[in-house]
Design a protein around this ligand. Structure first.
Ligand SMILES: [Zn+2]
Length: 127
């Protein structure tokens, strides 16, 4: 499990290294699905709206019909080439609770937590 975690962090760093653009794409995300496939993506930051890398990456997996999300991580890259693992923002927590509540979310170099524990007592849409 720990190996998977480090491997996924590495993938998120790899994609943000490749696509980093100051003020436009600063966070990289890696998502592992139950199929074993890894998807990566970056944040898109416009003038007023920042679209989290998690939405971009999970959207890619969903578009491939691979929606059983097992593990996710987002890594912020700074201009000085240092990294920080980003715990998910509130909108991403809602995304996880809605689509993958049992996914493991990496929130630091050494810590992983189940998505549904990041947003307790979540509001759920009634059908
Ligand atoms: Zn977010």
């Amino acid at each position: 499990m720990k190996k998977d975690m480090q491997g996924l962090i590495k993938e998120a760093k790899k994609i943000i290294d490749k696509r980093y653009k100051n003020n436009q794409s600063v966070v990289g995300c890696a998502v592992k699905t139950k199929s074993g496939k890894i998807y990566t993506g970056v944040s898109i930051n416009a003038q007023k709206i920042n679209l989290c890398s998690e939405w971009i990456t999970i959207g890619q997996a969903f578009s491939e019909g691979d929606s059983d999300i097992e593990m996710v991580v987002a890594v912020r890259k700074y201009e000085d080439k240092t990294y920080e693992i980003y715990p998910p923002c509130a909108l991403c927590r809602e995304l996880y609770v809605t689509y993958c509540p049992k996914a493991d979310v990496i929130i630091s170099e050494k810590k992983m937590i189940k998505a549904d524990r990041l947003l307790p007592h979540a509001w759920k849409k009634k059908k």
